[in-house]
Design a protein around this ligand. Structure first.
Ligand code: AMP
Ligand code: MG
Length: 319
């Protein structure tokens, strides 16, 4: 599948010390939008009773990012500390499953994700090799609870940003209508073919949900129907800004999905042990890519534009 949004038109974002005065001004404006977005998201979740957890960088378990039709990892960063093998965080999904099952039934975390994306992805304009997720999880919740929460927060965020005339906000003045439409991935393939992920953002003028996406073991798959109870949020032009799901929690199902996917179970031993002991609880949640949501809001051509220190696949600057 071609991943280039505007073939040949990609301009790779430059580091701070090479920017013109005009580009530095834009960078500062984008930082002001980012600050507002972070303040709004954290404030909304806090006011709804979520606890704000601090992120981690090294762990024995991290997101396998497999199988996911969207994943494309060139290298996994694995090292050894104190004689133990560890990985840098791909996402905090495993931590969220354990945390929401134990001390933190409603949690969010601003989590640095390191994913060494294939270098060709520099041209998608949508991938960085380090980025930040606003990642949240809710014990006992279902997909609709999460979708309603996200719709309220995204619509509220857009309304909040529209009140500020001093910021570079790229969308119009009309209010964002909720609920967002929910589309099944199979229908999108029937309508647009395998390129649906590129076509959908160009065809929609409002955010839309896409459900039923086969991917990693931790998203819930209905054993009776084979339907995946997960959801991605797509926004106009920009594409996917959020992925989430209701989760698997039962040991046997997690094990059989890992076997099916060829996942090395020793990399998930704690999760497997806790689920065997019945200590993993049903939950649902999602992760919002901060750079993607800000990129959508400011109309950035490349996601690296909204990063103070761009982490563009294949391009390693000093900072
Ligand atoms: P995932 O669960 O893998 O879809 O990641 C959650 C969210 O993080 C996505 O919906 C995107 O908003 C964001 N994201 C994923 N990969 C990248 C990347 N390479 N660069 C920037 N943002 C990303
Ligand atoms: Mg995704």
């Amino acid at each position: 599948m071609s991943e280039t949004f505007e073939p040949g038109a990609t301009v790779i974002p430059k580091p701070l010390h090479l920017l013109t005065d005009h580009e530095l001004e834009r960078k500062e404006q984008v930082a002001k939008v980012t600050t507002r977005v972070l303040r709004y998201l954290t404030g909304e979740f806090e006011s709804r009773g979520f606890d704000w957890l601090l992120p981690v960088v090294f762990s024995k378990s991290t997101d396998p990012l497999w199988p996911d039709p969207g994943a494309s990892i060139e290298k996994r960063v694995e090292t050894e500390i104190y004689g133990e093998p560890v990985r840098t965080t791909h996402s905090m999904i495993i931590h969220k499953l354990v945390a929401s099952s134990t001390a933190y039934p409603k949690l969010f975390v601003l989590s640095p994700n390191v994913r060494i994306e294939r270098r060709e992805r520099k041209d998608t304009g949508r991938h960085a090799y380090e980025f930040t997720q606003f990642d949240f999880e809710l014990r006992g919740a279902g997909s609709e609870d999460v979708r309603e929460l996200v719709e309220a927060v995204v619509a509220g965020l857009v309304a909040h940003l529209k009140t500020t005339s001093d910021l570079p906000v790229s969308f119009g003045r009309e209010a964002m209508k909720t609920p967002f439409e929910v589309l099944d991935r199979r229908d999108l393939i029937a309508r647009h073919g395998q390129e649906w992920e590129l076509v959908l953002p160009q065809q929609t003028s409002r955010p839309v949900w896409v459900t039923n996406i086969p991917r990693e073991f931790y998203d819930y798959e209905d054993p009776a129907t084979g339907r995946w109870d997960n959801y991605d949020l797509f926004v106009p032009y920009y594409g996917e800004i959020l992925s989430g799901a209701r989760r698997e929690w039962e040991h046997d199902r997690i094990v059989s999905k890992m076997e099916r996917d060829g996942i090395d179970q020793k990399n998930f031993s704690l999760l497997l042990r806790l689920s065997e002991e019945g200590r993993i609880k049903p939950s649902a949640g999602a992760g919002i890519g901060i750079e993607r949501i800000v990129g959508w809001i400011v109309g950035a051509k490349h996601i690296g534009e909204v990063q103070p220190f761009p982490k563009v696949p294949g391009v390693v600057y000093d900072l």
